[in-house]
Write a protein that binds this ligand. Structure first.
Ligand SMILES: [Ca+2]
Ligand SMILES: [Ca+2]
Length: 356
């Protein structure tokens, strides 16, 4: 075969490969999906949140923690201020956010908070707040103790580890231990794009404790959310590019067994779990292409999905809220409490609605 023929074949093969990838990515991003509005009653925007509340979690007594102001490579940022953690008391009719002050040797200006989780120590009632932080684009986990009477966070420690390289979300399982998800395998921005383009399932879940750090689950295209069942027996991991929630049973801290995957038909981000019913609440990106483009004239929408009876033969997957972006853009978390639903977004606003 002549050189020209070999070259022609190579070009054709490359064109076929790129064509196949583009079709696959259209499916992965649900890029042709249009949303029908499905609003909840009595929704209003949370005053003071303009630069996103990527993750939210709520204590048993109705006090919500909001991780706000994330700046993430490739995504818009509507605020130049450093990130902040706020509380919001859902039992207070005012529903006003309060910034948590940070005490101790912590560089507040570098706070770029992403996933959060709270852990209550049964022994003394101490509440620990775990925050994924990306100062200067790096990945680390900050552990604070919540000082309720001062609405403050007492800085305890920063955890860095080579396995915690692209941390997106965490779930705390002890005062110093947690599971974390990585949303990419590579740390180089160009290689991250290659990873996504090739749909490499190389993302993982890492268990961390002062004694052990190890990968405990893998095979994810991009693991963007994690949480635990109320009885602490099952872990849930969202794969935003596979549109699934993976359920794993915790045999012991570092041994997880795969139970199932539940398809949600949208790009799921963070997971909150209703303590009483065990239902999963997912902040989802209904159209991944619009999410990546972030065009304010054709904004990504928002979608909230609930999964009931996830361990049963037939989990019920229900859309609770859908918005084409005209109310809130790029929802990433939905946290229910006492008949209300708090919805946070990656880089824009936050909304509170009644559930009925
Ligand atoms: Ca979280
Ligand atoms: Ca996330």
């Amino acid at each position: 075969m002549g050189k020209l023929a070999v070259l022609s074949l190579a070009v054709v093969a490359l064109a076929v490969f790129i064509g196949e990838r583009l079709i696959a990515l259209r499916h992965t991003s649900l890029s042709s999906r249009e949303l029908t509005k499905n609003y909840l009653p009595n929704c209003h925007l949370i005053e003071g949140i303009e630069g996103g509340a990527e993750d939210i979690t709520i204590l048993d007594d109705g006090l919500a923690f909001l991780s706000t102001g994330l700046k993430f490579p490739g995504l818009p940022s509507y605020s130049d201020d450093p990130g902040k953690i706020y509380t919001l008391n859902l039992l207070d009719s005012e529903l006003k956010i309060k910034a948590l002050s940070i005490k101790g040797q912590f560089d507040k200006d570098s706070l770029n908070p992403h996933g959060i989780s709270v852990y209550t120590d049964d022994k003394d009632g101490a509440i620990y707040v775990f925050v994924v932080n990306h100062p200067q684009g790096k990945s680390q986990v900050e552990i604070f103790r919540f000082v309720e009477n001062e609405n403050a966070l007492q800085y305890i420690k920063t955890i860095k580890h080579e396995l915690l390289h692209n941390v997106n979300d965490i779930v705390a399982v002890g005062a110093e231990s947690f599971y974390a998800t990585n949303d990419h395998y590579f740390t180089n921005e160009i290689l991250k794009l290659v990873e996504s383009f090739l749909s490499l399932p190389w993302c993982d879940v890492v268990y961390f404790s002062p004694e052990t750090v190890q990968v405990v689950a893998g095979g994810f295209l991009s693991a963007n959310g994690i949480n635990i069942s109320p009885n602490k027996r099952h872990l849930y991991v969202s794969d935003v590019l596979k549109h699934t929630i993976t359920v794993m049973e915790i045999q012991n801290n570092t041994v997880l067994s795969h139970v199932k995957e539940v398809d949600v038909g949208s790009l799921p981000d963070n997971i909150e779990v209703d303590r009483e019913s065990g239902d999963l609440w997912l902040g989802c990106h209904p159209n991944g292409l619009k999410f990546m483009l972030g065009d304010p004239n054709d904004p990504p929408g928002s979608e909230v999905i609930r999964i009931e009876n996830i361990l049963s033969e037939k989990p019920q997957v229900t859309q609770v809220y859908a918005d084409d972006g005209s109310v809130i853009i790029a929802s990433s978390v939905a946290a229910p409490y006492g008949g209300k639903l708090l919805i946070g977004t990656v880089y824009q606003k936050a909304l509170i609605c009644d559930l009925k």
